[in-house]
Design a protein around this ligand. Sequence first.
Ligand SMILES: Cc1ncc(COP(=O)(O)O)c(C=O)c1O
Length: 339
Amino acid sequence: MIDLRSDTITRPTPPMLEEMIKANVGDDVFGEDETVNVFQDKVSKMFGMEAGLFVPSGTMSNQLGIKVLTEPGDEILIDYKGHIFNYETGAASALSGVQVRTLDGKNGKLSIPILTHTKRGHYDWEPKTKVICLENSTNKGGGVCYDKEELRAIKNFADDENLFVHLDGARIWNAITATEIEPEFFGGIADTMSVCFSKGLGAPVGSMLLSSKEHIAKARRYRKMWGGGMRQVGLLAAAADYALENNWDKLKEDHRRAKEVAQVIFDSKYLAVDMNKLQTNILLFDTVNESAESILGKLENKGIKMIPFGPNTIRATFHFEITDKDVEEVKAALVEIGQ
Ligand SMILES: Cc1ncc(COP(=O)(O)O)c(C=O)c1O
């Protein structure tokens, strides 16, 4: 089976498992896991942030970011395609008691015209707007990335309006690969940032919240409250570190393979894709006269899995378990289905 449903489906490789076995671990609830402590320092420094907190998932790091930046009754701003709004089971409302206000951005990205005049809280009866939530690269937006100028403009706007910025960087590694923006830049534009090791990098589990020492100390308490104190977590940090050191470089191959498959879709009459949107490993495309379910069924019969992203939209996500030979098979299957 060629599984393009998600870049989260990769399994740990033998050398990654070796690194896990070798990890020097301790009880992280006591702060004594050497491997995770070193890894948290390494990743936070890489992004120009003061501190980091290893957590089980991107959902938890996003939610901890929101928790430390808000009070119940506050409002957070996010593009209507954002992961925090669509795929985190309403956690921001349940765990932080905030109102999630969606804005109509483009391909999952916010911009100054969309953000202008959105801040509220001047009157007693209004929620206080506190955080602008960004996603880079975007997931539901089709793997699109912000450029430096867009991020700088949003950061300047946030400073002028006294708002925080939370950056969901679940796929920041793909965004950095595609845009060549240096990691430290993100520490300069975000108050809190979530990065995931379990997406394209291929670690089995793990994300990290990056922020100031003060925010991370607060997040550590909430992580414990939410059941995320993980004891000998260095086993997972070792896998994540291996992924970072060995698999980041491979992402450009995923991006190339996504483009190759997209070209076949672009050339077909029964499918449609916007090639300008294709920057990373996420390929979103539309069906023309047939439902997404019907095309997905035909692909599955040929041993290829993708997922529906709407009645007429399909997502294929590339990762290191997908080879050039797989790509040839996917291309041939797409051509055959169209005949
Ligand atoms: C953009 C984005 N943010 C956050 C997450 C959540 O990560 P997790 O599945 O580890 O909770 C995902 C998951 O795919 C994602 O795509």
